[in-house]
Ligand binder design. Structure first.
Ligand SMILES: NC(=O)c1ccc[n+]([C@@H]2O[C@H](COP(=O)([O-])OP(=O)(O)OC[C@H]3O[C@@H](n4cnc5c(N)ncnc54)[C@H](OP(=O)(O)O)[C@@H]3O)[C@@H](O)[C@H]2O)c1
Length: 327
């Protein structure tokens, strides 16, 4: 039977990583393309998913049997704090349109993408799949976090009322090619890559905000892509799965910056601005559920993954999302 997989947000960091894996793993292998599959990577230019009619048109055009739903209004801390209602409404509407179009067009399965920021602010660590709704998310991004939490509620309700096979994934911090390097809005790794690049180009110091001590779990986008493909093919339960490296693979911000300095071959002045806030020291998430289900999985070690990401940025600077107008 032929399978059509629609990836919403197909032009973004995670969507492009799935495309890379599907196009580069051997055909028929665990993460490679199957003979009967057609993969569609949709960007917003194919349809604005905030609009129910455009969403339905996209579904009618491709008639997906399966959906990996990544499209979202995403942004850095500053935008999340400033535009809480916008983040809440736009993501609620996008998710509602996609899930309902999938239900109406009888898609067999949908995996939506949550984020570890959906978890309660005050919670016992490590985070796990059972703790999503145990308290309020952090105030800084409560619009985005609540809209993402609602996907889990919708998935359960679609299953109970209509028997739909809808589920979700919860990645930790993602990095890799096609990231957003706009310094106004970027996550920590793409922001530091861009800052180091500018320091090298302009012969200025590379200054990292904070002490460099906080620890985070970072997942390489191409590893995450394989985990999405696994979840699509091999996991059929409504409950979410945290897609992450293990708690023992946390990396400090200093280790991130050191690896960027090395990959960028930056020889200039490199310091930490300890007058800037550090944020939470660590917020580990457990990948026990994932590992118990997937069997063996090899995560790419952090340094080579980071080096590949830096190389991609340097090779694609002219087209990358840097927020800088280029000639
Ligand atoms: N990056 C992370 O560290 C991280 C961590 C946890 C979870 N996530 C989740 O992972 C998913 C993918 O994130 P990402 O990092 O790949 O984001 P990204 O690179 O910014 O990509 C976002 C994607 O969503 C699409 N999109 C946004 N608004 C849309 C709209 N109104 N209609 C149609 N498409 C729209 C964009 O399309 P265009 O570019 O064509 O406009 C783009 O393809 C999101 O759900 C995010 O919440 C990300």
């Amino acid at each position: 039977m032929s399978t059509v997989i629609l990836v919403t947000g197909g032009s973004g960091l995670v969507g492009q990583a799935i495309k890379h894996v599907i196009e580069n793993e051997p055909v028929g292998s665990r993460f490679g393309k199957k003979e009967n599959e057609t993969w569609i990577f949709a960007s917003s230019s194919e349809g604005d998913l905030r609009d129910p009619a455009q969403t339905r048109k996209l579904f009618d055009k491709y008639k997906p049997t399966h959906v990996i739903h990544l499209a979202a209004l995403v942004g850095g801390l500053f935008r999340n704090m400033k535009y809480k209602l916008t983040f809440f409404r736009e993501n609620m509407v996008i998710n509602d349109n996609v899930l309902h179009a999938a239900y109406e067009t009888k898609a067999q399965k949908v995996i939506s993408c949550l984020s570890t920021c959906v978890f309660p602010d005050k919670v016992e660590y490590p985070l796990d799949e059972n703790k999503i709704h145990l308290g309020l998310p952090h105030d800084s991004n409560f619009g985005y976090a609540h809209s993402k939490r609602m996907v889990d509620i919708q998935n359960h309700a679609y299953k109970e009322e209509f028997g739909c096979n809808f589920t979700s994934a919860i990645p930790t911090n993602v990095f890799g090619p096609y990231d957003n390097y706009d310094l106004e809005d970027a996550h920590v790794i793409p922001a530091l890559i861009h800052k180091c690049y500018l320091a090298k180009k302009n012969n200025t110091p590379f200054v990292v905000a904070g002490s460099g001590k906080p620890l985070r779990q970072f997942i390489y986008s191409r590893d995450l892509a394989k985990l999405f493909i696994w979840q699509l093919r091999e996991y059929d339960d409504v409950e979410p799965v945290i897609l992450s490296v293990g708690e023992d693979e946390e990396v400090s911000i200093k280790e991130v910056a050191d690896a960027i300095v090395e990959a960028m071959d930056f020889k200039g002045n490199y310091t930490f601005d300890t007058s800037r806030a550090d944020g939470q020291f660590r917020k580990p998430a457990s990948n026990k559920k994932l590992l118990s289900l997937i069997g063996g999985f090899e995560f790419t070690p952090f340094k080579p993954a980071l080096a590949e990401s830096v190389k991609w940025f340097l090779d694609n600077y002219d087209t990358a999302r840097t927020g800088i107008k280029k000639q």
